[in-house]
Write a protein that binds this ligand. Sequence first.
Ligand code: SF4
Length: 331
Amino acid sequence: MQRYRVAMDLDLISEVLADEPAYRSKQVWEWVARGATSYGEMTNLPAQSRTLLEERAPFSTLTLVHEAKSVDGTVKALFNTHDGHPLEAVLMRFRDGRRSVCVSSQSGCPLTCTFCATGQMQFRRNLTAWEILDQALHFKRIEPIDHVVFMGMGEPMLNFDHVVAAARRLPDLGVTHRRTTLSTVGWLPGLTRFIDEVEEPIRLALSLHAPADALRSSIMPVNDRYPLDDVLAECQRYFELRGRKVFVEYVMLGGVNDSVTHAKKLGELLDRNIFKVNLIPYNPTGFYDGSSRTTIAEFKDALHAAGFSPTVRLTRGRDIAAACGQLAATG
Ligand code: SF4
């Protein structure tokens, strides 16, 4: 592999600018984080440094392959890494002005959840922190962004070090830790490290999708390895240590996990002081049907009756296969 192809990481920038003052790479990062689109814009760098960087450190670790725009303003970008692995990121524009970027942490995903398009594609590799940041930076160059969710391709806790390194740099892009969410299916080694090692107020979301082990294992094989009780106990520890609620993501699969009985079980399983439930209308990926609006409303009512205040996620980018569970690097 050619070393210079690994691109926009500060180690490489420092290497390229080794003969210059140490603050140079910090200056480069400040420009990049503000949304600069080329080294040429970095006017406080000597011209010869900019030329050196142009020659030896490609501006992004990612190559944009395709971009699709939804009628609702959502934009999905398909990228390739320098070694040819595909990944996708999505910019969601909300009416209240929020600009949220959903980033991928892996190319593909090894965990094969049955309802997820990413889980059906071949797992390639973990992404580096810079490849993760470059997804957010791509959109930052178009407009200011204020939220980042690690809910794209991959299980973030399987790529813990790079994910956390990327998340820690997001405030430079204008995205505070409180507006950064890491989503996990409950990969315990990473979740435990997240709780023990990450003191920044980064939010935690748990992709739960079923209120009992047998059903959860049937749609999420990871549950055989890390069963519900263990995962929920770790989430409780996060709440006790950090004082922040855990978002529970629950995708509504028609006839699978969406009955009132399931809702009641979910209400019994979760402590409403610790968990906040977010219901996700399912976006067809060819494997399951989505629940009807009536079914979702009944499920929500049953959770209400159990003392929860569930929300139903606004579906964004369904027409360009950019919604939850639809990312499969098909452009
Ligand atoms: S839902 Fe998440 S963990 Fe499961 S296969 Fe998809 S990307 Fe992987």
